[in-house]
Design a protein around this ligand. Structure first.
Ligand code: ZN
Ligand code: ZN
Length: 278
């Protein structure tokens, strides 16, 4: 980190769930910057995993709004924010998308790093007894991995997020089941309660720090890196373009500078080709 543009700078992470700890090492080691979490931010106001506050904006707009809030409350000139979304289709796997946004008001740049992939956490399940709830929770790593219990009753829906032990979870479920509630248990995706998700955020923070250490070759603005992919890798048999990526586009967040970084191998297997394998 010889000439880090962020050496000694303070970067605000918009979080109330300890995400600043996931960025701290990378931003210190790679950039010499200090990551803090502004006190008193209510990031749940933008929507919560428990469903109590519905999410109305796109994940990217939500992350931007959180970063903006962190800038406004902290007085820092650069901020980080992340936004996760989870979708369960079937079976045991859940699809996880995570966006990490970096906003710098001085250099007038916005950078996004993204992850999409499976996370080994199960979809929601209905439970009727404490014993079943504990077995389901422990199979996903509870209590290290947190759970949320949604209880639907005539009086409305109640969400319990702070059940930290098998005994507390079992007692809670049994009590509400006796009271006639219908109960659903889900993983708690909040970063401080899910090591699977927090590891993804930690990796995105490292990628972001490394990207910020790369200056644009044309204007020297920090954050030169991958901004897009170009599709059309030619088929190895017939040479027709396929839908596979041909190259990554690396670009600058401040000026028009960009270049292509070809993918290897430079030919697609014919099984991806619409002409050879329709
Ligand atoms: Zn540039
Ligand atoms: Zn072909």
């Amino acid at each position: 980190m010889t000439a880090s543009p962020y050496r000694g700078e303070v970067i605000a992470f918009a979080t109330m769930h300890g995400k600043e700890r996931l960025a701290r090492d990378a931003f210190r080691d790679v950039l010499g910057a200090r990551v803090v979490a502004p006190a008193g931010l209510d990031t749940d106001a933008f929507g919560s995993f428990s469903g109590e506050v519905p999410r109305t904006r796109s994940p990217l707009d939500t992350a931007r709004a959180k970063a903006r809030l962190a800038l406004d409350t902290s007085g820092a000139t650069a901020a980080l924010a992340s936004e996760g979304s989870f979708r369960s289709d079937f079976g045991w796997l859940t699809r996880h998308q995570e966006l990490l946004v970096f906003v710098d008001d001085v250099r007038r740049i916005e950078l996004v790093e993204a992850f999409a992939g499976p996370i080994e956490l199960p979809p929601a399940r209905d439970v009727t007894t404490g014993e079943r709830a504990v077995a389901f929770a422990e199979a996903m790593g509870f209590p290290r991995q947190g759970v949320m219990v949604h209880a639907d009753r005539a009086q409305g829906t109640e969400v319990a997020k702070e059940l930290r032990t098998p005994n507390a979870l079992a007692a809670h479920v049994d009590r509400l089941a006796r009271a006639g509630a219908s109960l659903t248990i889900t993983p708690d995706y909040r970063a401080h309660r899910s090591s699977a998700r927090s590891e993804v955020i930690r990796r995105l923070c490292l990628r972001m720090a490394e990207r910020l250490a790369a200056p644009c070759p044309a204007c020297a603005t920090p954050g030169y890196g991958r901004t897009d992919v170009r599709r059309g890798l030619p088929c190895g048999d017939c040479g027709e373009p396929t839908s596979l990526p041909l190259a990554d586009v690396h670009g600058c967040a401040a000026c028009d500078a960009s270049h292509l970084v070809p993918r290897t191998p430079s030919r697609a297997e014919p099984r991806w080709c619409d002409r050879c394998n329709p």
